[in-house]
Design a protein around this ligand. Structure first.
Ligand SMILES: *Cc1c(COP(=O)(O)O)cnc(C)c1O
Length: 378
């Protein structure tokens, strides 16, 4: 039996929406992007949403609308995907790495206090693996220090903390619809905020600075009125080619309808894994899992003999991963290194195991058996 690490759940519902796009023959930034943004606003409960072509683009734009001065510092976790810490660099700001909490793997609020200096303008909590950062405590701290809060929700799309959707706690929330994530549009992302004016300021920046979208302009090409200037637009800010397109939005609309069910299935799988590995001596769960209500993208274990475990699973054709090597260990961030001893120690024990909605119980049991055999030295 071969078991993949991640796999998108796509099928007839997505194909039907893609067919509509083909029939309309408008594949770019168009009405479905707006429809998906509206659906997303209703789903998470936020004032404004901006569809973009990746989570990385959303994170880049999230820091672009505040007018922070060049060289300003942005607090980011050391334990995250590179895109989180690339966002300050793209904007000419400096990342300051915050260590992780040894149990939850998300950023340590104690280390956040230690690392925060008066030059810091924002903090980017990542709900790592899906475990929610204690947003009430983080917001108290951020408000005291005047920090903007940008939530990276790439691992927890659809998840909540204290009954409020993740991504709506901070000033801005960013989601990823990359193919491996909780839901997908192939590649794609969404930025949300209750600050409608802020999102309006960011809107042209996802479309090379253009303040009107082509779909609306195209309507004007043939409208029967005495207006020879329907083609007119102005560019007053430097923007990027970051727009979501209708083909991606079509997939997103179908995926959004399934999101809660996919997250429920991931929870069920995690419950099965946890039952299966209970009492093992060389392995323990990667983080505390709330199997009643949590939304997780990563299921994993900690194991002192991490590489032996990876090889043992590989022999049984079970895919594994490591999320993540701390960013401070990458050459790119050498200049920003700082001290993050917990992340640099604990990551050596972390292994990610297969988790996706279409994973069957038989496949989970097969992985569990491999883990149990490894634990007994077989
Ligand atoms: C995947 C991911 C991103 C980036 O999302 P893309 O859509 O792939 O650009 C950002 N942050 C984290 C933590 C991620 O895992």
């Amino acid at each position: 039996m071969q078991v993949r690490l991640f796999k998108p759940s796509v099928g007839e519902a997505e194909l039907a929406r893609i067919r509509e796009v083909f029939e309309r023959s408008w594949l770019g930034l168009g009405p479905l992007v707006t429809e998906f943004e509206e659906a997303w606003k209703r789903y998470v409960g936020t004032g404004a949403a901006l569809g973009v072509n990746s989570g990385t683009a959303a994170l880049h734009l999230s820091l672009a609308g505040y007018g922070f001065r060049p060289g300003a510092k942005v607090l980011v976790p050391a334990m995250t995907f590179v895109a989180t810490a690339a966002a300050p660099l793209y904007n000419g700001f400096e990342p300051v790495f915050v260590d992780m909490d040894p149990e939850t793997l998300s950023l340590s609020l104690e280390d956040l206090e230690r690392k925060c200096t008066p030059e810091c303008v924002a903090v980017m909590p990542v709900h790592l693996g899906g475990h929610p950062v204690a947003m009430d405590r983080l917001l108290d701290f951020a408000r005291q220090r005047g920090l903007k809060v940008i939530e990276d929700c790439a691992h927890c799309t659809g998840g909540s903390y204290q009954g409020k959707k993740l991504g709506t706690w901070g000033d801005i929330g960013c989601y990823s619809f990359e193919e491996k994530k909780c839901m997908t549009t192939g590649d794609g992302g969404m930025l949300v905020s209750d600050d409608v004016e802020l999102v309006d300021r960011l809107r042209p920046r996802r479309w090379v600075g253009i303040d009107k979208d082509t779909w609306r302009r195209a309507g004007g090409y043939t409208r029967q009125e005495e207006d020879a200037r329907h083609w007119y637009y102005e560019v007053s800010v430097l923007g990027y080619k970051y727009n979501m397109n209708d083909l991606a939005a079509a997939i997103g609309l179908a995926q959004l309808e399934k999101l809660d069910a996919m997250n429920r299935r991931r929870r069920e799988i995690i419950r099965r894994y946890l039952d299966g590995i209970r009492g093992l001596s060389r392995l323990r769960p990667l983080m505390p899992y709330d199997t009643a209500a949590g939304v997780y993208w990563i299921f994993g274990v900690r194991c002192e003999q991490r590489d032996d475990l990876i090889i043992a699973l590989k022999r049984r054709e079970i895919a594994t991963g490591v999320h993540y090597m701390p960013l401070t260990l990458h050459p790119l961030f050498k200049a920003h290194r700082g001290s993050v001893p917990v992340a640099e120690e604990v990551w050596k024990t972390m292994v990610t195991l297969p988790l996706f909605p279409d994973l069957t119980d038989a496949e989970v049991d097969y992985v569990v058996q491999a883990l149990r055999d490894f634990d007994r030295g077989r």
